[in-house]
Design a protein around this ligand. Structure first.
Ligand SMILES: [Zn+2]
Length: 123
């Protein structure tokens, strides 16, 4: 299995600068843990990742993850999450929560990001 992290151009710049993906607060969803999010979807859609339409295209760039040590399937992690918060992230029409992974720890990046539009072209 190969995992990916998708980012907008703002987040891409931050991740390249830091060389890692840091967990960020999920408080807006009503729980206190900080998480990084991943998926095994090699070609993403916003809906599949549970992303609402917003100004940034948060599927614009794809980072490939080489170290999955701290990463667990969302379907296991969600057992500890309040049902209302689960509904908030999984409730987007077309969301594919079985394809999501999370980490409570930073994940080191070993390579740069690929533009997802180029992935589509290369298929
Ligand atoms: Zn952005």
């Amino acid at each position: 299995m190969r995992l990916y992290h998708y980012a907008c151009h703002h987040e891409r710049a931050l991740l390249l600068r830091e060389g890692m993906i840091r967990p960020w607060s999920q408080r807006f969803l009503g729980w206190s843990d900080a998480l990084c999010w991943f998926t095994d979807l090699a070609v993403p859609t916003r809906a599949a990742l549970g992303l609402n339409e917003d100004e940034c295209d948060r599927t614009a760039y794809r980072f490939t993850i080489d170290n999955e040590t701290w990463i667990v399937p969302w379907r296991e992690y969600r057992a500890e999450v309040h049902p209302a918060a689960i509904e908030a992230v999984e409730g987007v029409a077309g969301a594919l929560p079985n394809r999501w992974w999370v980490s409570e720890h930073p994940v080191i990046l070993h390579s740069g990001a690929v533009r997802t539009r180029q992935i589509e072209v290369a298929r």
